[in-house]
Ligand binder design. Structure first.
Ligand code: OGA
Ligand code: NI
Length: 360
């Protein structure tokens, strides 16, 4: 991927804010957002399945039966769904509401204020409206804000919005709490693989991990049946904690050949396995494709917090999980290298982790 570096400096076309398009009141969406037939959403809501719900209080009580049952639900979720939601997770509901609130208010600021933070594909940090740098690509119906929380050398308050007034404090506290929760979840995921509880955290680089926040803003769309808020993808990183909008659904998870609309429990986080944990677990855990639908009635906001391995260590299947029966399925790659794919090509289902499969 040597000659990619130039193309990563700037966007290939002028950036259009989807929020401005939406607010202009167009009766139809520009061609650039119209997906091919096969990718368009289906709105048959006949399927009322939901992703598993995990009550984390069951993990820390004194009842071993409850603890074992709870671990089992998490294990099955990681193997079969790649997704679950957690309640009683220890992050305060007030903080969750405050975090959604400051970000909603950020997107309501005048365009000139948001433009101060306009991003480039070099680091993606700031206010953005596309993922991928391919000229002429079909785009998603969303704007976003991306920032680094860890490692501390990448955390830069100047690249965080200065408005609304208390937003930096709220983001800081939110990051601190969610990082703690991610640590707890990685221990559960390690134990469920039959490994020492610190295995995954150590494989991620110990304390030196990466954590970043992508705030998604999905404006109202006059033709939601023709487009997507976010195209199908699996998350490239380690694990994602999503705080979904508390009023509007939109996230869909692939289950075999159908798409399941996630119905979040109040003040739950949606947890999903990213590609790096699929690799480390030698595909015992699945990083599953998901996408976001938009609608004509309501905008939607979500906070995706990505907990990632330190970016320069090679990630490969855990030695303990590689046996003659189950050889290593993936060749090692650092996360820095890995994330270049999505940063260049945009969201493309599971094509990337598939491409890591060792030739056999
Ligand atoms: C993401 C993502 C889902 C959502 O940001 O990677 O999958 O509901 N977001 O916004
Ligand atoms: Ni995602």
């Amino acid at each position: 991927m040597k000659n990619c570096n130039n193309s990563l400096q700037e966007w290939p076309e002028p950036i259009v804010r989807v929020q401005s398009l939406s607010e202009s009141g167009l009766p139809s969406i520009p061609d650039r957002y119209v997906k091919p037939d096969t990718e368009r959403p289906s709105f048959d809501s006949s399927n009322d399945a939901n992703i598993p719900v995990v009550d984390m209080s069951g993990l820390y009580g004194h009842d071993d039966v409850v603890r074992t049952a709870t671990l089992r639900i998490v294990l099955e979720a990681c193997r079969e769904w790649g997704f679950f939601q957690v309640v009683n997770h220890g992050v305060s509901p007030e903080l969750m509401d405050a975090a959604l609130g400051v970000w909603r208010d950020f997107f309501y600021l005048p365009i000139e204020t948001k433009q101060l933070y306009a991003n480039s594909p070099r680091t993606y940090e700031g206010y953005g409206s596309r993922l991928g740098v391919q000229k002429g690509a079909i785009l998603d119906w969303s704007d976003y804000y991306f920032l680094h929380y860890l490692p501390s050398c990448l955390k830069d308050y100047k690249k965080w919005p200065h408005l609304p007034p208390n937003c930096r404090e709220v983001i800081d506290e939110y990051g601190r709490e969610v990082v703690k929760l991610c640590g707890r979840l990685l221990r559960v995921l390690s134990v469920n693989l039959g490994l020492k509880e610190h295995f995954l955290q150590n494989a991620f680089g110990g304390e030196d991990i990466g954590a970043c926040l992508r705030v998604n803003y999905y404006p109202k769309c006059p033709q939601p049946e023709l487009t997507l808020g976010l195209s199908s993808h699996s998350d490239p990183g380690g694990m994602t904690l999503l705080l979904p909008d508390n009023q509007v659904t939109g996230l869909q998870v692939r289950k075999d050949t159908s798409w399941i609309t996630v119905k979040p429990a109040p003040h739950a986080f949606i947890v999903n396995i990213g590609d790096q944990i699929q690799v480390l677990s030698n595909a015992i855990y699945k990083s599953v494709e998901h996408r976001v639908l938009v609608n004509s009635g309501k905008e939607r906001v979500s906070l995706a917090f990505f907990y990632n391995p330190k970016s320069d260590i090679p990630i490969e299947p855990a030695k303990e999980l590689v046996t003659p029966d189950k050889p290593a399925l993936y060749t090692p790659m650092t996360f820095d290298e890995y994330r270049l794919f999505i940063r260049l090509r945009g969201p493309r289902g599971k094509s990337q982790v598939e491409s890591l499969k060792s030739p056999r």
